[in-house]
Design a binder for this molecule. Structure first.
Ligand code: CMC
Length: 377
């Protein structure tokens, strides 16, 4: 007997109340805890968004300063964590696979690991957010034969990440672009990785386990892994003039164009609005406008042919490329930001917990006769 209508991919299924973020997919609206993403992208900072997502309101100046300092204090690793980064940075492990294991490894030295109180989870949230950025930057420097760099306590998270990655002080445009990218990726309703985090948290497992589930889920090409693939596509196309035919050929082969389409949006993803502008500015700045122009051409063709709109991953690819960020770090950067949303959702889940345990519509056989192995043919 079928229990109920099967909703493949849980499309349209509402599974919880949440005040973290809300998407109006028809009108292209995204809000975090009541605030429109456009206002936050234009006026806020990543540190302020962390406070907003974990507390449900904007901070006072004193609260902001406290959060800024608490995050800054966590931008460091202990000796075992450094050994861990060095071991894997010199292997062939993908940075997202490294990060997934790194988050799990960080649990071992966390003094609050089995404490699921709100206060302990906020402390762990700061540690995870601070250390993930250090680890991603150090992973890249070490694999390139460079020494990791110490974060600067007076700089914000975005600026510090670029400094720790590149070893030079980023200019204002780069630092702000990274800050905006971190703001835009911080939360997005019940997306797949957030749901994975909440499913894990709902068993009353610890926060590190929940975030490990989330990183593994974000890694996939239909979710956070799409941004790297967008840039691979742009590089493969190579020239703006080739873009239209390339897309038409790919669509004729029934391939998916990475960075397009969304389960919820039926119009432009509001996050793409800002990344589109940043892509233009940053490509102009390095004198390589072709990546931005190619993106615009692909947008025109995909929209004309399929009616699809770009999602957050489409223009973030050329934005990061113009900042000189290696392609395989795009998804880890997504994780460095989304960890804040994952933590906020876990705080909500722990506060109003119920085990998440759906059912499946069984379509396998029933009543089969068991045959001992020595009698099977
Ligand atoms: N290129 C070509 N066709 C597409 C695309 C695409 N990017 N996205 C959807 N379609 C088509 C799809 O083939 C299907 O057509 P038909 O009904 O003829 O079979 C129709 O649109 C509906 O697609 P779906 O896969 O049923 O829709 P979904 O809601 O399950 O999938 C998605 C959403 C994001 C997985 C999908 O749009 C996709 O694969 N996009 C490319 C990967 C990507 O950019 N992912 C990042 C998502 S946003 C950031 C994040 O959350 O990480």
């Amino acid at each position: 007997m079928q229990l109920a209508e099967v909703r493949e991919g849980l499309e349209g299924v509402v599974v919880a109340n949440s005040s973290m973020s809300w998407i109006d997919g028809e009108n292209g609206v995204l809000i975090y805890q009541g605030y429109n993403i456009h206002d936050l992208a234009e006026k806020s900072t990543f540190e302020e968004v962390i406070f907003l997502l974990w507390n449900g309101r904007l901070p006072t100046q004193a609260e902001f300063d406290d959060y800024f300092k608490r995050l800054s204090d966590e931008r460091q690793l202990n000796d075992q964590e450094w050994d861990f980064v060095r071991r894997y940075a010199n292997s062939q492990v993908h940075p997202m696979a490294f990060l997934r294991t790194a988050v799990s490894f960080l649990a071992h030295s966390d003094p609050d690991v089995e404490d699921n109180s709100h206060e302990a989870n906020v402390r762990k949230g700061f540690r995870l957010t601070g250390k993930m950025a250090v680890m991603v930057a150090a992973f890249d420097r070490i694999r390139n034969g460079k020494e990791p760099l110490q974060a600067k306590p007076e700089w914000n998270h975005a600026k510090n990440f670029l400094w720790m990655l590149k070893g030079r002080e980023p200019d204002e445009l780069e630092a702000r672009a990274m800050d905006v990218a971190l703001i835009l990726h911080a939360d997005h309703g019940f997306n797949a990785s957030t749901f994975a985090a909440r499913v894990t948290a709902a068993t009353l497992s610890d926060l590190h386990s929940a975030i490990t589930s989330a990183v593994g889920t974000l890694k996939g090409p239909l979710h956070g892994g799409a941004n790297t693939r967008v840039m691979q596509m742009l590089l493969e196309i190579g020239e703006v003039e080739r873009a239209e035919q390339w897309v038409l050929d790919a669509l004729a082969r029934k391939e998916r164009i990475m960075g397009f389409g969304h389960r919820v949006y039926r119009t432009m993803d509001p996050r793409a609005v800002h990344l589109r502008e940043l892509s233009k500015k940053l490509c102009e700045r390095i004198g390589e406008t072709k990546w931005y122009e190619m993106s615009e051409k692909i947008f025109e063709v995909v929209h004309r042919e399929k009616g699809l709109w770009p999602n957050v991953d489409f223009f973030s690819a050329s934005t990061y490329y113009a900042m000189g960020i290696p392609l395989d770090l795009y998804t880890p950067i997504f994780a460095m930001s989304r960890v804040v949303g994952w933590v906020g959702h876990c705080l909500e889940q722990y506060a109003h917990n119920r085990l998440i345990r759906p059912r499946a519509n069984y379509v396998g056989p029933k009543g089969l006769q068991y045959v001992p192995i020595d009698q099977r043919t």
